[in-house]
Design a binder for this molecule. Structure first.
Ligand code: SF4
Ligand code: SF4
Length: 86
């Protein structure tokens, strides 16, 4: 997930839709507080009105499913076996 701070208008939509609290608002711009929490579900990019976010959707979800199966902590994933996400 990539953020273009120049394009961001500070609408806050990505903060609202992100299920993993990756963003916070900071002085009318959004800021990434923990990139490692991102599961690349794509919700932020889909809801950003100015295309300030870019997500390679699916990579993180597949990774989360694999890690969940390997370590038995599928509850940590926002994804399902069918690929549905968040
Ligand atoms: S892709 Fe999903 S998890 Fe990652 S920052 Fe965007 S909304 Fe949050
Ligand atoms: S949805 Fe887009 S414009 Fe709105 S705060 Fe997030 S990055 Fe900025």
């Amino acid at each position: 997930m990539k953020l273009s701070e120049e394009k961001c208008t500070g609408c806050g939509m990505c903060v609202n839709v992100c299920p993993h609290e990756v963003f916070v608002m900071n002085d009318k711009k959004v800021q990434i507080i923990d990139r490692n929490r991102c599961m690349e579900c794509g919700a932020c990019a889909k809801n950003c009105p100015v295309s300030a976010l870019n997500v390679e959707s699916g990579v993180g979800c597949a990774y989360a499913i694999i890690i969940g199966k390997l370590f038995g902590n599928e509850q940590e994933s926002c994804c399902t076996d069918s690929g549905d996400c968040c």
